[in-house]
Design a protein around this ligand. Structure first.
Ligand code: ADP
Length: 448
């Protein structure tokens, strides 16, 4: 902006100087024309030179930078500003030259003269006049004053504009830089692990407020993740310790010779070992899905047959709790990794049976909506509290462990399901109400 203003100032200056020069030139020319056309015509009247008029005219003209010399027809001098008003003419012409040099150092003009005839009323020549002036543009005292005043105004406007731009820039940059540096300090602090700290700064720039909100959201999210991670480590330690303590207890007593290594005791140890193996297996599966989720082997399957084949295996388990699985399946073709996607249906369907008090029905339904393939699995089981809904897809997350306590879950089924569905470009939605039941809807893009 400063460069623009300097450029504008330069442009205005040159333009102004050119226009002003033209104006002064024009008015000097008009002055001389007036002198020739009117004034010099009345200085010779009734056979006599009107010396008083000539003198007035000469003095008046030299004050405008125009020198007059009058000669009669015999070449005798009638009046000359250079002789009769020597001091005034010298002073005035010097003054002009000094003024012009102060404006333009290189100003170095010569004095130009031209001759015109003077005639009487009848048109007979009675003499002649020399009219002289500086050949290039020249300014009189008033012109110079005006020129400097205008220049001063242009300069003042320039300085005021540059000053206001500097002040406005400082204000704007401060109002941006201050909150950004505050936000940056806070993010650094959050980055050091202080997730609970929120950026409380309120700026008056909406984009920065949005940034602050996004950072606060991120920090809350990180805080939650951090808590989940801590809980997860605790859960794994706990899950491992229980069977290990039991195994160690058994083995210690057997080694001490207190207990005989009977089949029954060895079986009990074996059961605990199986539990640990299952846990490790789940962990391995989770890690495997994490690394392989982008590696899908997709093929077209008939959704109706596919779902039925998978869920038939669970009908027996459901019947144990007196749960009937009902189907409403459309003949849809879908592009999925058969093996991995089966895991999703299995996880959700087995949860619907697991977290269920029995004596009810489970509905498995497929339908098209907004050009997406929807698979809904709806139970009338124990339901999930609303506050827990966002967590159930987190790894090792289990809603209140006392619920469905007899069901041995590790809390990874839905995590894996979600990552498989996401890898297929889809999503899982869940609607649930405690004691009423839950509905899981798998939404897949229609890729056919
Ligand atoms: P888990 O191995 O514990 O079943 P999931 O990841 O499959 O792990 O599920 C996470 C948690 O979500 C479960 O522990 C359970 O509390 C809750 N949940 C999942 N499905 C249902 C359902 N259909 N009804 C009620 N609660 C459910």
């Amino acid at each position: 902006m400063i460069v623009t203003i300097i450029a504008i100032r330069f442009f205005v200056n040159t333009n102004f100087k050119n226009s002003f020069e033209k104006y002064v030139d024009d008015s000097n020319k008009t002055e001389i024309n007036h002198l020739i056309e009117f004034d010099l015509k009345s200085i010779y009247l009734n056979g006599n030179w009107d010396i008083e008029l000539i003198e007035n005219l000469g003095i008046d003209s030299i004050r405008k930078g125009i020198a007059i010399e009058i000669y009669d027809e015999n070449n005798n001098k009638v009046w000359s500003v250079f002789e009769d008003e020597k001091v005034l003419s010298d002073n005035t012409l010097n003054e002009i030259s000094k003024n012009m040099q102060s404006i333009e150092k290189k100003w170095n003009s010569y004095f130009e003269e031209f001759k015109i005839d003077i005639r009487d009323i009848s048109g007979n020549p009675v003499g002649y006049a020399y009219i002289g002036h500086y050949a290039s543009t020249y300014y009189m005292e008033n012109d110079v004053e005006f020129f400097y005043a205008a220049n001063r105004i242009i300069a003042i406007i320039g300085v005021i504009s540059i000053g206001s731009i500097i002040i406005i820039s400082i204000i704007i940059s401060r109002s941006i830089a201050n909150p950004i540096s505050k936000v940056s300090k806070m993010t650094k602090f959050i980055g050091e692990g202080n997730y609970k700290n929120e950026v409380t700064y309120k700026s008056n720039i909406s984009e920065i407020d949005d940034l602050i909100n996004a950072i606060n959201k991120l920090s809350n999210e990180l805080n939650e993740q951090e808590n989940l991670r801590k809980q997860l480590t605790g859960d794994i330690a706990h899950e491992l310790r229980t069977p290990l303590t039991s195994i160690k207890g058994h083995l210690d007593t057997i080694i001490a010779g207190i207990w005989e290594p009977t089949n029954e005791r060895l079986n009990s140890i074996n059961e605990e070992v199986t539990r640990i193996a299952n846990l490790v297996d789940e962990l391995r599966k989770l890690a495997k899905f994490d690394t392989e989720k982008n590696n899908l082997n997709k093929e077209i399957v008939n959704l109706k047959n596919y779902i039925k084949t998978i869920s038939y295996n669970y009908e027996g388990k459901a019947l144990e709790k007196n749960i009937v699985i009902k189907y409403d399946l459309e003949d849809l073709e879908v592009l999925v990794d058969k093996e991995k996607f089966a895991q999703v249906i299995v996880n959700i369907l087995s949860n619907a049976i697991k977290y269920n008090n029995g004596n009810s029905e489970i509905y498995v339904k497929t339908f098209m909506k907004d050009n997406n393939i929807n698979i809904s699995i709806k139970d009338s089981g124990i339901g999930i509290p609303e506050s827990e809904l966002k967590n159930i897809f987190e790894r090792f997350y289990r809603v209140d462990k006392s619920r469905g306590a007899n069901e041995k879950g590790m809390g990874v089924g839905l995590t894996i399901s979600k990552s498989i569905v996401n890898a297929h470009g889809g999503e899982i939605k869940v609607f649930s109400e405690v004691n009423k039941g839950s509905e899981f809807i798998i939404i897949l893009p229609n890729e056919n």
